[in-house]
Ligand binder design. Structure first.
Ligand SMILES: Cc1ncc(COP(=O)(O)O)c(C=O)c1O
Length: 244
């Protein structure tokens, strides 16, 4: 595109972020370049678990069916390990620092069919660590789906009544410590790393959009909290006015 042509606002914004990278930071101290964010991310321990970058698919038939805007889907279901999902990005950071700190057991306490329990068991199997799952005895506590997969990945599985679950987690952590283990609780100790991982995820998405010359109007994410936080932090840090 010739430089003199007017560009749509989001593309102009992309260009501003790119241009800031090629010179020293003179902008407001709360503004960062992609390189700044990358440097900060690179200071953290990280292990390779995910198949990145995940694809960015054009949902042309959905857009046609809706008679609406161009819709793209960032395929976070394809992060690779044990049926993907957002936890694998988190675990690249959270479990890296746990392993560096000498942890040898990954424990997770959640719903019986928790995705994160399944992923905890899979990552433990991949890294040669012990996995323990303290699942809830809820309506889905049958040996199928994620619970069956966690079992197949070699996790030690306990199911406890909802009211007893926290105590069961604490008791198991204490038992493991008493047995000379160093457990890491992936259901409570690592959430901040999911936000951090999705700062990285935002940079990845941003590059894909840039490479394809796409000026996104908004990002929609199905999130409880942490994934959303990471995307918002990255967008705000870069000074990108993109609703998330
Ligand atoms: C498939 C899937 N998507 C989204 C979420 C929500 O993640 P977050 O809390 O990071 O938004 C979860 C689990 O918490 C999940 O398993």
């Amino acid at each position: 595109m010739p430089y003199c042509e007017p560009v749509p606002a989001p593309l102009a914004l992309c260009r501003q972020v790119e241009e800031r990278e090629s010179r020293e930071m003179t902008a407001a101290p709360t503004m960062y370049t992609k390189r700044d964010l990358r440097e900060r991310l690179d200071r953290l321990p990280r292990i390779h678990l995910a198949a990145l970058p995940t694809p960015l698919d054009d949902l042309t038939r959905l857009s046609d069916a809706l008679g609406g805007p161009r819709i793209l889907m960032k395929r976070e279901d394809l992060t690779g390990l044990a049926m993907g999902g957002n936890k694998i990005r988190e675990f690249e950071y959270s479990i890296a620092q746990a392993v560096e700190a000498g942890c040898d057991v990954l424990l997770h306490g959640a719903a019986a069919q928790s995705n994160q329990s399944r992923q905890t068991a899979a990552v433990a199997a991949k890294l040669g660590l012990k996995a323990v799952q303290i699942g809830r005895l809820d309506a889905h506590a049958q040996p199928q789906g994620n619970l069956l997969l966690a079992h197949l990945f070699g996790a030690e599985i306990h199911l406890s009544a909802a009211g007893d679950q926290s105590a069961a987690v604490e008791a198991k952590m204490a038992e493991l410590r008493a047995g000379g283990h160093k457990p890491f609780n992936t259901s409570s100790d690592g959430y901040v790393y999911r936000g951090i991982a999705y700062v990285d995820g935002f940079l990845e998405l941003w590059d894909q959009l840039r490479q394809r010359g796409i000026a996104a109007d908004a990002i929609y994410v199905c999130s409880g909290a942490h994934t959303h936080v990471g995307l918002v932090v990255a967008a705000r840090a870069l000074g990108v006015d993109l609703p998330v």
